[in-house]
Design a protein around this ligand. Structure first.
Ligand code: FAD
Length: 192
């Protein structure tokens, strides 16, 4: 999922042989916020990320971010990116950190495309990825009935019949969130 940036937001060059003050893994809400703070403190910062926006790109609507009664995840992330690009921060997007090694005085980073960087410090803001069931229709129905976050999406299932798939604390928490909204909840639990 990608969006087009306004042309006036320029790209900063990424330099492979340079020792950066800070390398941030992830251009998501956490990573972009960290990058803006780093720029504010005049740290020479590089951001490396698979995409810009992270999980929030999948959020059809965000209704819990103060200052926006309703905003789509994509628009919210575009606003984050626009704010980030006001600062001279190089972004390496479409690549990911594959190896991270601590050396004497710095961290050595290698990406999955073989690029190498050095940083005096590294912030890991790589978020998380939902473990999908890999069943037919799952991907097509994300945001249209399939959700990976009951806390975020429980109100969308008001009065509906819902199945929670999983086990342990996360499943119980999800059921707890959903009992306030769903008409009926069925829990499907595999092996723990
Ligand atoms: C469908 C959906 C709806 C949601 N709705 C809401 C909502 O309404 N309200 C709310 O508050 N929250 C909501 N959330 C949760 C919210 O999106 C997450 O809490 C938030 O995205 C977590 O942000 P993060 O910055 O920790 O990382 P993530 O968003 O998980 O992003 C991780 C980033 O790190 C990058 N990355 C991963 N591995 C590497 C690596 N090795 N090297 C470099 N980069 C890497 C990825 O490319 C990605 O950009 C929703 C989530 C989903 C999926």
């Amino acid at each position: 999922m990608e969006f087009i940036l306004p042309e006036e937001l320029k790209e900063e060059p990424v330099e492979e042989d340079k020792l950066y003050d800070l390398i941030i893994m992830g251009a998501d809400p956490a990573g972009m916020t960290a990058a803006v703070y780093a720029a504010w403190k005049k740290l020479d910062t590089l951001v490396i990320s698979g995409n810009v926006g992270g999980q929030t790109l999948l959020a059809t609507g965000v209704e819990t971010y103060m200052g926006h009664q309703y905003i789509t995840g994509q628009v919210l992330m575009r606003k984050f990116e626009e704010q980030l690009r006001q600062f001279p921060i190089p972004l390496l997007i479409g690549d990911e950190v594959a190896k991270l090694r601590e050396d004497d005085n710095f961290f050595a980073v290698q990406t999955s495309k073989g690029k190498k960087f050095r940083g005096k410090a590294v912030i890991i803001a790589s978020g998380r990825r939902a473990r999908s069931l890999n069943v037919p229709g799952e991907k097509d129905l994300i945001g249209r009935g399939v959700s990976y976050c009951a806390t975020c999406d429980a109100p969308l299932f008001d009065g509906m019949d819902v199945a929670v798939i999983g086990s342990g604390n996360p499943a119980i928490t999800a059921v707890n969130d959903l009992t306030k909204y769903a008409r009926k909840i069925r829990e499907e639990c595999g092996e723990t």
